[in-house]
Design a protein around this ligand. Structure first.
Ligand SMILES: [Zn+2]
Length: 92
C-alpha cells in the first residue's frame, strides 16, 4: 500500500462485516484467512481494519501486510485478495 494513501483509523475485522456481507452471503467474520506474507492464520474478525470512504483495507495482525481490500463504487463491489493465501469457510 502506498505510504501516501490515507488509511483512516484502525479498527478490528468486525468493522468490515457490513462491507464484506455485501460480497459474501455468510458470516464472513468467522471465516479464517491465511496471510500470503507471513502465513499467519486468523479469523477475519481479528484482522486490523482501516476504514476508508469507499471501503476498507484489512491488514494482517502479525506482519501488518495488506490481506484484503474491499470497496463499493457506484454499486460495483471490488475485492482484492492478493494478500490472502487462502480463505477457509466452515459450516453450511
Ligand atoms: Zn502476515
Amino acid at each position: 500500500m502506498a505510504a501516501t494513501m490515507s488509511q483512516g483509523e484502525q479498527l478490528d475485522g468486525n468493522a468490515a462485516a457490513g462491507l464484506l456481507g455485501g460480497v459474501f452471503a455468510f458470516d464472513v467474520t468467522v471465516a479464517r484467512v491465511e496471510c500470503a506474507g507471513c502465513h499467519h492464520e486468523d479469523a477475519i474478525a481479528c484482522l486490523h481494519v482501516y476504514a476508508l470512504e469507499m471501503g476498507a483495507i484489512l491488514r494482517c495482525p502479525a506482519c501488518n501486510d495488506v490481506m484484503l481490500r474491499v470497496s463499493n463504487a457506484g454499486g460495483t463491489w471490488w475485492l482484492d485478495t492478493r494478500g490472502m493465501e487462502r480463505l477457509q469457510i466452515s459450516g453450511g
